[in-house]
Structure formats: structure tokens, C-alpha cells
Design a protein around this ligand. Structure first.
Ligand code: NAP
Length: 485
């Protein structure tokens, strides 16, 4: 019998009122049910908000360093279970075991980093024009904050929302993605074991429509932090701004890697393979467009195809596997649909393009890493996020053309360049329309202590991670204080 997991509301693990459940399935082996989760409805969300609202005044009044201590303890609890949590994430999400274990480690680091913010949360002291007047800013928490997270980083993304929200003095209602809710639940369990007071961190699973709507509509909601698809993000933007809510949206990308003619081709090919295919291309920062200077297009493509062919696809728990399955059948079908569209629109299929079948592949949602050449800007594969292991190659006349192609999309999450031409690299940093810019590194692979977020259609609102994350979860108050004696 698969394990049944509950909601966490007001410090208690509870069933949803309707007592309905849904299954969390291993995408590498659909016969394995990782766990059964609560199919909650608005009544459960209301209970979570009631608990969060009741807990808020006491939590907000606790000194921030003491709030941070709960995060330190939760980090310790998770660290003791690092390898089993990594394995569990691999089963629920399908990323390889090393990637999953590294993500849990990142969650631990995030908790520690923001635990430390309990003793910082710096503000400004600004000179006054008047005598004996002392001016400074203070940060105040907002109240109850809603957190809605996607499946592709099922532990790190909940952590990088929960940790700054809590240390800043907010109480939260977290709704994880339905296809991978277990990794987020493990963080909530660790916070409970760390002694987090009842009602401070609430966890409700269930469908985006039912639970998400109820979160957005609850009158106690002061701010919403969402990570997920652009379509859902745009919908939430409409609803949140109608209520004048503070909202933070991290959404899709169509991230380019530019390769200039001076690049080491083996190194560039390795960066492209890493950026495009690791985690099955299911990273918001994954590289989905390679923009290559014409002079090196043919030799680089040959190396890229060779490296792609060498990737081992399979059950992500097995050692040596480079790429696991798509998260579910819907994502697999989306990948296959875009492959079909790319072919019909005239792109050249250079490698892959098929669902993998036979033997263990039949039990999961496996697909070949796929490379398309001769992609032009008008093709959908050049413009739309696939969120799978599908890389579009475009030839650029020169550096200026490469920048033009790179910026010619509605997204602006991450972008990279492979070159040692200092002048061009510098221009790239200035001219590229992306929130995350890397040089001689893949488009993916960010660190928790730096601000994270995109530009254009990829993001809306304040940055996540790093010290800037606290700006979203706090309100600044300005104080003018006069000494009169
Ligand atoms: P999604 O379908 O938009 O779902 C994200 C979350 O929103 C899930 O918890 C989902 O619940 C919930 N949701 C769905 N419909 C909703 C509604 N009407 N109201 C409120 N909540 C709703 O995205 P996903 O498929 O999980 O994740 C993949 C996407 O996330 C990709 O586009 C990727 O680029 C993006 N992403 C962006 C970043 C970034 O930082 N920019 C990071 C990671 C991923 P259910 O699971 O129950 O449907």
C-alpha cells in the first residue's frame, strides 16, 4: 500500500475535508506510486489561512534571529537524511540521483542562508537635513503569504520561498505542484520537527485550479509568490493585481547560448549538452536555443551531436544515467508535439526526436535528447518554451546578429555566451535581455546566495534568493526620530 500523506494545518497533519486523494507517480516507472496526497478544496485552504492568520502576530513579534533558529534546525534535520531524500526526489520527479541529492543539499544551504538573514536583514540609516533628527528604515513582515510552486525543483523552489518568508516574520500557506509534492512536504516536516510554532507554516496539496483559486481569493492573503508556467502566471497576475496584492511571478524561458567563433568547440558542445539536456531539459533556465557564429556552425554541430548521442538515458536511480524521463505523459506529449511542429516548419532533425520504447523504457516517459538544425526565428521551436530536452540551433552571421537573435523572443530568463573575446563578452553582458547572465557556463546552474529572476515575459516583481529576496517578503517603513532632550 502506498503511503498516505496529509495536509499540515495549524500544527496538525490532517486529511482534507472531502477525504479525497491523488497519486504521486514515479515518471521512470509508472507502476510505482510514490505516495497518495490530499486532493484539497477551498474549505481546506480556508482552514490553513485561519491558522496562518492566528499565528502571525506572535510569529512576527519573535526576534528575527530566533525565527532563523528554526531554519537552522530544519536544515540539520534534512541533512541527516540527505541521501534518502535525494532518492525520494528521484522517484517522484525523475531527475538523476546526483542532481536530486544536490538539490536537497541546496535546500539545506538555502535554509542556512536565510537562517543567517535572521541576524542581518539590513536597513538604511540616512542623514537628515534637520538637527537632532535621526532617519532610518525598518522592515516589517507582510502577514499571511501564499506560495505556489512547480514540480521541476520540488524541494529548492519551496525552500527559497519558505525560508525568506518565514525569517522575515510572515506566516505561509504553501501549495506544491501536484505531480511532485513529497519533497516540499519533507521540508515542512523538518520545520515541524524543528519546533516551528503551529500555524506558521501550512501545507495544502491539491489541484492548481481548486487550491490555487482559493489561495488567490482568500481575504487574508497579503502577497503571492508563484513559480510555474507563463500561462498560469499571467492568470494569477490578473487576479492578484485586481486585488492590489503584492505578487512575484517566476515563469518560463527560451534561454539562448551564443557560441562565438573563438570558442573551444569541445567546451562549447559540453556546455550546450549540460544546459539543454540535464534534468531532461526541465529547468526554467535550460538552454533551448544555441546561436552559433556561421564560421563554426558545422564543426560545432558535429561535436554536439556526437556528445548528445553518448548520453545515457534511463532510470535515474541507476549509476551513470545522464538523463531521466519527462515528468509525466502530458509533458512527454508536449515534447513530441513540438518535435512534430519543428519538422513541419522545416527545421532539420539532427538527432533524436523519438519516444524511447522497449524494456524498462516502456514503464516511463522516456524520450531521446533532440537536436534541430537550421532553425529560423519564425519557427515555433525558436519562440516557445517546450520544457523538454529539445535544442534548436540557429546560425548567426556575426556577433551583432547573434545578439539580435538571442533577444528576439518574449522571454528573458537566462542567457550565456561561450567566448574569450573580452570586448564581445562585455557587450553581451550589457546588451542581452536576460535576468541571469553567464559567461563560459551553461544557462542553468544558479546559486542561492545571489538574486534570481528574469526580465521581459519570464518574470514579474521582485527578485528571489540572495538578500534581495527579503524585499518581497517585507515592507519598508521610514522613521524620522527627533531627540528633544
Ligand atoms: P504550472 O503548470 O504553471 O504549475 C505551477 C504551480 O501552479 C503548480 O503548483 C500548479 O498546481 C499551480 N497552478 C496550476 N493552475 C493554477 C491556477 N489556476 N491557479 C493557481 N495555481 C495553479 O507549471 P509547472 O508545469 O509546475 O512547471 C513548469 C513551468 O515552470 C515551466 O514553464 C518553467 O519554465 C517554469 N519554472 C520557472 C522557474 C523560474 O524561476 N522562472 C523555475 C522553475 C520552473 P498543479 O500542480 O496542481 O497543477
Amino acid at each position: 500500500m502506498p503511503c498516505e500523506f496529509l495536509n499540515y494545518i495549524g500544527g496538525e497533519w490532517v486529511k482534507c475535508r472531502a477525504e479525497k486523494m491523488f497519486a504521486n507517480i514515479n515518471p521512470a516507472n509508472v507502476d510505482e506510486v510514490v505516495g497518495m496526497f490530499q486532493a484539497s478544496a477551498s474549505i481546506d485552504v480556508e482552514a490553513a489561512f485561519d491558522a496562518a492568520a492566528a499565528a502571525w502576530p506572535t510569529w512576527a513579534a519573535l526576534p528575527a534571529p530566533r525565527r532563523g533558529e528554526y531554519l537552522f534546525k530544519a536544515a540539520e534535520i534534512l541533512e541527516a537524511k540527505l541521501s534518502s531524500l535525494g532518492e525520494e526526489m528521484t522517484r517522484e520527479e525523475g531527475k538523476t540521483l546526483p542532481e536530486a541529492t544536490a538539490e536537497v543539499k541546496r535546500t539545506i544551504n538555502i535554509l542556512r542562508y536565510f537562517g543567517g538573514e535572521g541576524t542581518r536583514q539590513f536597513n538604511h540609516q540616512i542623514p537628515s537635513e534637520r538637527e537632532n533628527v535621526f532617519c532610518f528604515t525598518i522592515r516589517k513582515p507582510l502577514g499571511v503569504v501564499g506560495l505556489i510552486t512547480p514540480w521541476n525543483f520540488p524541494s529548492a523552489i519551496p525552500a527559497w520561498k519558505l525560508a525568506p518568508a518565514l525569517v522575515a516574520g510572515n506566516t505561509v500557506v504553501l501549495k506544491p505542484a501536484s505531480v511532485a509534492p513529497l519533497s516540499a512536504l519533507r521540508i515542512v516536516q523538518a520545520l515541524e520537527q524543528a519546533g516551528l510554532p503551529p500555524g506558521v507554516g501550512n501545507f495544502v496539496t491539491g489541484g492548481g485550479g481548486a487550491v490555487g483559486d482559493a489561495i488567490l481569493e482568500h481575504p487574508a492573503l497579503r502577497a503571492l509568490s508563484f513559480t510555474g508556467s507563463t500561462d498560469v502566471g499571467n492568470l494569477l497576475y490578473e487576479k492578484a493585481t485586481r486585488r492590489k496584492l503584492r505578487v512575484q511571478l517566476e515563469m518560463g524561458g527560451k534561454n539562448p547560448t551564443i557560441v562565438l567563433a573563438d570558442a573551444d568547440l569541445d567546451y562549447a558542445a559540453a556546455i550546450l549538452v549540460n544546459g539543454a539536456f540535464f534534468s531532461t531539459g526541465q529547468k526554467c533556465t535550460a538552454c533551448s536555443r544555441a546561436i552559433i557564429e556561421k564560421r563554426i556552425y558545422a564543426p560545432l554541430v558535429a561535436k554536439l551531436v556526437q556528445k548528445t548521442r553518448a548520453l545515457k538515458i534511463g532510470n535515474d536511480l541507476e549509476p551513470g544515467v545522464d538523463m531521466g524521463p519527462a515528468i509525466d505523459d502530458a509533458q512527454l506529449q508536449t515534447n513530441l508535439l513540438y518535435i512534430d511542429i519543428a519538422k513541419k516548419q522545416g527545421a532539420t532533425l539532427l538527432y533524436g526526436g523519438n519516444r524511447l520504447t522497449g524494456g524498462a523504457y516502456d514503464g516511463g516517459f522516456f524520450i531521446e535528447p533532440t537536436v534541430f538544425g537550421d532553425v529560423t526565428p519564425a519557427m515555433r521551436i525558436a519562440q516557445e518554451e517546450v520544457f523538454g530536452p529539445v535544442l534548436a540551433l540557429m546560425a548567426a552571421e556575426d556577433f551583432d546578429d547573434a545578439i539580435r537573435l538571442a533577444n528576439d523572443v518574449k522571454f528573458g530568463l537566462s542567457a550565456s555566451i561561450v567566448s574569450n573575446d573580452l570586448s564581445r563578452v562585455h557587450q553581451f553582458v550589457n546588451r542581452i535581455e536576460a535576468g541571469l547572465i553567464t559567461v563560459n557556463l551553461p544557462t542553468a546552474g544558479v546559486e542561492y546566495q545571489l538574486p534570481f529572476g528574469g526580465t521581459k515575459g519570464s518574470s514579474f516583481g521582485m527578485r528571489e534568493q540572495g538578500q534581495l529576496a527579503l524585499d518581497f517578503y517585507t515592507e519598508s517603513r521610514t522613521v524620522y526620530l527627533k531627540h528633544t532632550t
